[in-house]
Structures are given as structure tokens and as C-alpha cells.
Design a protein around this ligand. Sequence first.
Ligand code: BTN
Length: 255
Amino acid sequence: RALVRPGGLWTSLDVVQRTGSTNTDLVASGGTEGAVLVAEEQSAGRGRLDRTWTAPARSGLFFSVLLTPGPAVPVARWGWLPLLAGVATATALSRAAGVDTALKWPNDLLVTVDGTERKTGGILAERAGDSVVVGIGLNVTLRADELPVPGAGSLALAGAQVLDRDPLLRAVLRSVEDWYGQWRAADGDPAACGLQDTYAAGCATLGRTVRAELPGGRALVGEAVAVDGDGRLVLATSEGVQEPVGAGDIVHLRP
Ligand code: BTN
């Protein structure tokens, strides 16, 4: 709770034992900027693309934050918020737990376990009026036989030095506060605050051949060559066309 301090971003921090989804609760709360809601357990955790997020009680971090970028940040740049949360979480995990994470576009957190990349965290951003609720889910203590999704990962499996959820939560919230402060000071310009470059440096999708499964059922195969100013993944297709992808599921095909 020391995170809630005068002049800081975080204005309230609530911890509940169990709820459906911290994102749903915070979207419905009509709360103000800086509200943080943490759940020890979620019964209806949600992911991107209408997926579910399932994790045993107290096995990880499940929380949401409410951010209100304000009129200085054009709405077109709000799409960077989930990517910003990914960068902030990756930075925090490396510093606080000595774990290297990579980002799979747009914001899945991958760790390497036994030479394979495994999803250990995810981020779901949703509009709530003038605000955006950013939810972060992170598998922390799960052992191989406890994984709710085959092939998933956890910080424990990745050899993290810290598995206490409190210090990890604090590190992630500090890092989000830091990155968000810089991004907002740059009026949301991801290049000006270093977000775009830091994202690209930590993104495991760039440089790979991927298949993008687009909303509506179309699929696109190409090499992921950049993340543009709007946070879209740019694919270079075999026809020599560069196509920005703003939403959809990405499958990594080749290194
Ligand atoms: C994804 O992998 O597609 C995103 C997963 C996001 C999960 C977090 S857990 C806290 C917050 N509440 C939810 O219902 N979802 C997010």
C-alpha cells in the first residue's frame, strides 16, 4: 500500500479474495485514474480475443489498473497502453526477479523454459469512457504439473529469484507508473519517450515469419518487420507488400 502516495499515480489499491474478473469490475466501477484492483483468485478471468484467463488461486498476479490519459494524448495513441504495460512488466520482472521475458506482439509475456518460449503472462486493455482499464495476469508460482494451459510457463519455471507476489506487484506497478509518466509527458508519442524502441528491442515477434489470423477469418503470412507509430505489427508479405496488422492472433512460424 506504500504505492499509494501523494502525487503518485496510484490513488487506491484494493485487494479482493475472489471475483469474476478484475477488468470487468474496474470497467464497471466508474473509478478515477490510478485505481488498482488486485484479486487473489478470478472465477471468470478474461483474455484478448474473447478468450479466458484461468489460473489457480494465489498462483500469480491478477490485477487491473485504471488510466485516464487525458486530452493531451490523442485517442489514436491509446493503443500503446497495453504495449506500454507489456514493456513495463518485462522491465520490472528483469529487475526485480532476474527473469528475462520477451513480448509476443501485442503483449503476451514469454519466458524461455527448457529452450522453448512459453506464455507466462498476458494483458487485456479495455475502454471505459475516457479511461482505459489495463489488466495484467502473470503466472508466478505454478509448477509444471499445475499449469492450467498445456505449454504455458511461469516465473517459477523460468527460475525467478523472487516468487513472493507482493514485491513483484510493487515492482510492476512502479514500472507502469514510470513508463506511463514518460509516455504521457510526451503526449503519448511512443518514439519520443523511448517506448517504441524499447518495445521493439524486447519483442520476440520481430524478425520472424508469422501468420496473422485477422478478425473476420482472413489470415496473412509474412515477416514481422516493425511495430509502427500506432502500435500495429507491420508484416512484409511474399508479394512485397507491407501490411500493418492492428488486431488478431499471431502465430510464430519460423525463427
Ligand atoms: C491475454 O492473455 O489474452 C490477456 C490475459 C489478461 C488476464 C488479466 S488477469 C487480470 C485481468 N482481469 C481479467 O479478467 N483479465 C486480466
